[in-house]
Design a protein. Structure first.
Length: 300
């Protein structure tokens, strides 16, 4: 056999092997998995974005510890799969999605990289159209923050959240405000352009929004409560909360709509953790100040 013929034979053999291996891979490893497949494969894949104290990026965080406990509860191994907010929904649903305000469009297929999203995921309308959420796991809200020396004063709460939001938005005319597209801090979700503010979409991560206004990249930014609490603690005296941009919201874990058994198993596990004190202990570890702002959430 000539060398060229041998090379051609080897090439064909490689392609055939690759084709055969593709169909020998367990389905749960290349597509979204529900509880039976996860138990069969022996691993729970936790999709997480390094964000605030939910996923610190150093191997711990409120969501990380909860997912490790959940994997142990299921009797499987825990695996962390790092992702970003751009691909987060794609990675659990297997669909490429595009959001515009509260609307969402399916653009095509995407690889499924994980089984459950857990990193402080705010429940917002467009996400609820493509994923299912767990029972609420954490309270949140979107606040307007500014550098401590910026000449805009925190509002005096009126006792009516809608009036408070109107007061905050009324102070934004002509001011620059940072937001992050395709996240819960997307200015389009809160009609910030209608306030007369100069809206700027931030290119960095959510954890970098507070440092950005401290460094003078904009006059104000919107932040959700968990990240705002971290900013106030990490940079004391350098930022201030002006007031709310949104009503109170909640966060939860995200699941593909094809994983109802996994979602039900997590909800049952989470209720157990709330009742036996495990969850409250972890919240105190990572967000001790949240109890001052939302005590009623943790009494439920």
């Amino acid at each position: 056999m000539m060398k060229s013929e041998r090379r051609a034979s080897v090439s064909v053999a490689i392609r055939v092997c690759a084709f055969v291996m593709l169909y020998l891979i367990p389905a749960g490893l290349v597509s979204g998995a529900d509880l039976p497949e996860i138990k069969k494969n022996g691993v729970l894949r936790h999709l997480g974005v390094p964000y605030a104290n939910f996923v610190t990026g150093s191997g711990d965080g409120l969501s990380v510890e909860m997912m490790q406990l959940f994997a142990k509860h299921l009797g499987v191994k825990y695996e962390y799969v790092k992702t970003n907010f751009k691909n987060l929904i794609n990675d659990v649903t297997g669909k490429k999605v595009k959001s515009t305000g509260n609307d969402v469009e399916i653009l095509g297929e995407a690889p499924v990289r994980g089984d459950i999203i857990a990193n402080g995921l705010t429940m917002i309308p467009w996400r609820q159209k493509v994923i299912d959420y767990s029972t609420p796991t954490f309270p949140t809200q979107v606040w307007l923050m500014a550098r401590a020396d910026f000449p805009i004063s925190p509002i005096k709460p009126t006792g009516d959240i809608n009036k408070d939001i109107a007061l905050v938005k009324g102070a934004l005319r002509g001011k620059t405000v940072l937001g992050k597209a395709k996240t819960c801090l997307d200015p389009a979700l809160y009609d910030l352009k209608k306030t007369g503010a100069v809206v700027k979409l931030f290119g960095g991560g959510l954890n970098e929004l507070a440092p950005a206004i401290i460094n003078g990249e904009a006059e104000t930014t919107i932040l959700d409560v968990p990240d705002a609490l971290i900013a106030l603690e990490k940079w004391p005296g350098k930022t201030k909360v002006i007031g709310p941009i949104s009503p109170r919201q909640v966060m939860g874990c995200g699941f593909a709509k094809t994983s109802p058994l996994l979602r039900a198993a997590f909800n049952e596990f989470f209720e157990k953790c709330k009742k036996d004190g495990t969850y409250i202990s972890l919240v105190k570890k990572y967000y001790p100040a949240v109890f001052m702002y939302y005590p009623e959430f943790f009494k439920e």
